[in-house]
Design a protein around this ligand. Structure first.
Ligand code: PGA
Length: 250
């Protein structure tokens, strides 16, 4: 029996105005009045909805995270938002290194710098890693994941492990409806856990699977011994389907 608490995270990406976000929270609370025992829930709205969602989920048990933060604490960085700013809007964590951001030019070094600033600002971090289809087909999945992980974890003090979560998201599975099979996800995540052991106590590290997770696939994925929850994109936009995924983890 694993003693890592399963985590279900909803990544809204660039969806929902503040009003739509509040409406989602009302629906989610009606459907799931409190977070069930045995699971942790986090919602990652856009910056502009962090404060409304934090307010609307007050007392519910789900916590709120940003989708990224700047690698700088403050200063002349037009368009950037700092870790302390999202904290002040109620966020207690942040996603970092999502493949959609890496595709826009975010490098391993930039992700590592963001990890450092986020942890120093008191945020928890959900560090996203994943291989492309070409990399998988070339047989270099393990090497790609290990390199992304090593760079990000170099920014983590082993004593900070309780504030770090890793999300394995194969790029070819994101938003495509092409979920990795539980066996594929388990194999990759077991490899990630083995690689993490170079840096910290990997038995304590929670590692999520992400990529087209739905209520239909969640339970089977999370039954795999190394999969400690899910990072859910599309299916998190609807409170009903997100609640069903939470229930599958509890
Ligand atoms: P998806 O997105 O569930 O829509 O595939 C997952 C993610 O990008 O975090």
């Amino acid at each position: 029996m694993r003693d890592r608490l399963p985590l279900i995270a909803g990544n809204w990406k660039m969806h929902k105005t503040p009003a739509e976000a509040r409406e989602w929270c009302v629906g989610f609370r009606a459907r799931l009045p409190e977070v069930p025992a045995g699971v942790e829930v986090v919602v990652c709205p856009p910056f502009t909805a962090l404060e409304p969602v934090s307010g609307a989920l007050q007392g519910h048990g789900a916590w709120v995270a940003a989708q990224t933060v700047s690698d700088q604490p403050s200063g002349p960085h037009t368009g950037e938002v700092s870790a302390s700013m999202v904290f002040s809007c109620g966020a207690r964590g942040t996603l970092l290194g999502h493949s959609e951001r890496r595709a826009m030019g975010e490098t391993d070094a930039m992700v590592a710098a963001r990890v450092r600033v986020a942890l120093a600002s008191g945020l928890r971090t959900i560090i996203c890693i994943g291989e492309s289809l070409a990399q998988r087909e070339a047989g270099v999945t393990v090497e790609v994941l290990a390199a992304q992980l090593a760079s990000a974890l170099a920014a983590v003090d082993p004593g900070e492990i309780d504030r770090v979560v890793v999300a394995y998201e194969p790029i070819w599975a994101i938003g495509t409806g092409r979920t990795a099979t539980p066996d594929m996800a388990q194999e990759a995540i077991a490899g990630v856990r083995a690689a993490a052991a170079n840096r910290l106590d990997a038995n304590l590290l929670r590692i999520l699977y992400g990529g087209s997770v739905t209520p239909a696939t969640a339970r089977e994925l999370m039954a795999a011994p190394d999969i400690d929850g899910a990072l859910v994109g599309g299916a998190s936009l609807d409170p009903e389907s997100f609640a069903r995924i939470v229930e599958a983890a509890a």
